[in-house]
Design a protein around this ligand. Structure first.
Ligand code: PEP
Length: 257
């Protein structure tokens, strides 16, 4: 519709072990096959925990399931003495295509600031992964600065040093809307997503700005997805809780119907 294929991204967070993950992907694929869903009109990417990636990748490959595979985080380093870290190079070897960076839970519980986020964006691009850059304001930010100032500032910092022409995805996720059941309105999402696209245009050029997908995330469900996707600058959704329920996630993916 907008020249940008919609992207529905499922962030499983720390849910589903590798056996549950395989069963889930099989059921989801079946739920979508059943309605003969046209995968030309929507891209679906799942973001399982690291320990599931190999199993899910094997299943997607073996059964020719047209879902993208993403990771929830990566190291700023490519290899070396960094106990517990997982590098972008390793993810790429596993056919991972994209990686969530700067999720509010990483920013809050792992003290990841804008510098770390920017370094992770560089690590992703260096390894041929598409960074899904998450930005968003807390409710305190919203009260003090309005909706767009904080996410715009976060994105500007994340894109520092990113070469013109780089492929990225941006996710606007108001922190107050994540897991709260209280989604932003489509109008609020559009207003901020439009400004975020403006940042991409400023930093990476018109052409990249026109093709970059800007997602909305925060309490997306099957009953509100269509209202977000109708907005001109909202190109998809990053879905948390609702991506863990097969029928609900399948309904979100079939939002056009
Ligand atoms: C998220 O954590 O990225 C998210 C959007 O969560 P939820 O859909 O559960 O609000």
């Amino acid at each position: 519709v907008k020249g940008r294929t919609a992207l529905i991204a499922g962030n499983w967070k720390m849910n589903l072990d590798h056996l549950q993950a395989v069963a889930f992907v099989q059921k989801l694929h079946w739920a979508l096959k059943d309605v003969k869903h046209d995968f030309d009109s929507v891209d679906v990417t799942v973001f399982p925990p690291f320990t599931d990636l190999r199993s899910v990748q094997t299943l997607l490959d073996a059964d020719k399931i047209p879902f993208g595979l993403g990771a929830q985080d990566l190291s700023v380093h490519d290899s070396g003495a960094y106990t517990g870290e997982v590098s972008g190079a390793f993810l790429k070897k596993l056919d991972v295509s994209s990686v969530i960076i700067g999720h509010s839970e990483r920013r809050e519980y792992h003290a990841e600031g804008d510098d770390v986020v920017a370094a992770k964006v560089q690590a992703a691009l260096r390894n041929g992964l598409v960074p899904v850059i998450c930005v968003g304001e807390t409710s305190e930010d919203l009260e003090k600065f309005g909706a767009s100032a904080v996410p715009v500032g976060q994105l500007e910092k994340a894109l520092e040093g990113v070469p013109a022409g780089a492929e990225i995805v941006v996710a606007y996720e108001p922190v107050w809307a994540i897991g709260s059941g209280q989604a932003a309105t489509p109008e609020q999402a559009q207003e901020v997503c439009q400004k975020l696209r403006g940042v991409v245009i400023d930093k990476l050029g018109e052409a990249v700005g026109a093709t970059t997908r800007v997602l909305y995330g925060g309490s997306v469900k099957s009953s509100n997805i269509a209202s977000f996707l109708r907005e001109p600058d909202v190109d998809g959704a990053l879905v948390g809780g609702a991506s863990l329920k097969v029928d609900e996630f399948a309904s979100i993916i079939r939002y056009q119907k």
